[in-house]
Design a protein around this ligand. Sequence first.
Ligand SMILES: Nc1nc2c(ncn2[C@@H]2O[C@H](COP(=O)(O)OP(=O)(O)O)[C@@H](O)[C@H]2O)c(=O)[nH]1
Ligand SMILES: [Mg+2]
Length: 353
Amino acid sequence: MKLIIQIPCFDEETTLPVTLADLPREVPGFDTVEWLVIDDGSTDRTVEVARANGVDHIVRLTNNKGLAAGFQAGLDACLKLGADVIVNTDADNQYDASYIPALVKPIVEGNADMVVGDRQVMEIEHFSPLKKMLQRLGSWVVRQASNTEVPDTTSGFRAYNREAAIQMAVVSKFTYTLETIIQAGKLLVATDHVPIRTNEKLRESRLFPSMWAYVRRNSVSIFRIYTQYEPLKVFMTLASVIGIVALVVWIRFFYFYAIEGDGAGHVQSLILGAVLFNASIVLGAIGILGDLLAGQRVMTQRIFERVRRVELQLGVAPSHYEPGTNTTGHPATTGAGAGGATGKTEEREALKL
Ligand SMILES: Nc1nc2c(ncn2[C@@H]2O[C@H](COP(=O)(O)OP(=O)(O)O)[C@@H](O)[C@H]2O)c(=O)[nH]1
Ligand SMILES: [Mg+2]
């Protein structure tokens, strides 16, 4: 059994050594534990630092593509490098790496496909009350949309087994944390969570430079993801609310028209009711279209999953891959398809190109 610990990085030369120093090389249930750094177009010495600290694998994106894309590229590479389980952690050493064995335990025991580390946000001192509140609201919305019980949905400390990783297809640009949970809830992925601890803060969040950025980006993400996955619920609710207002306005008009005999003085209500009724119909139609698109998306995702399985079977090499410096104890490029040029040749042969 092989565990790969992946770390998405963007300009992390200062904190990466601290994070790597804490990572385990042995975890119960695994024969090998390897480290993979995803360098998302860093302009500092992240890659050199990663090499100097003995990482096994590097995925080096040419320019900055954002955390969600980096995360997805990492998962893909880990699968192609033959990982049975993938752990994701942050480069700023936010998560206490000594909890990795606890994080992977439900997977090793066969009770979960994906495990999310629960930071028990309410107890983190350096989180402001507003951040805690948003965190709770966001987590609640995600639980509603995903039918899972994950308490800390924005936690980046995660473990995925092969099956879970193969099924994940993140399209959000900005966050993968919320979307992967919703997908897990909708796909054949069993989700669990374990309590974990966080370390002292080493630096400010890069993803959210200010509280306002945190509020804005998280609200937009939650709204977008929720409407993407539950369009019928969102638009039908809106349509019903507006439809009811339209009815109330119309009833008011008919009251004056039929009972008081003064319809002419209340034409505005008639017009307003018609406009609202129209809006309600349009929203309902958007809900139906959204639902059709969501259905299409599930089909596309299933196809994507199968393409991935075929790729893994063929041994297609990971893209943007560079071997790291750790060669002690195991060849760094074991696993299906690893090894740059050779992998590519096999892939071409297999595809008869
Ligand atoms: N791939 C990638 N990773 C990023 C980017 N921005 C931040 N990260 C990584 O995402 C993780 C979390 O970032 P951080 O700034 O600590 O945000 P926090 O989760 O709010 O604390 C760290 O490992 C960062 O290196 C980015 O643009 N691309
Ligand atoms: Mg952080």
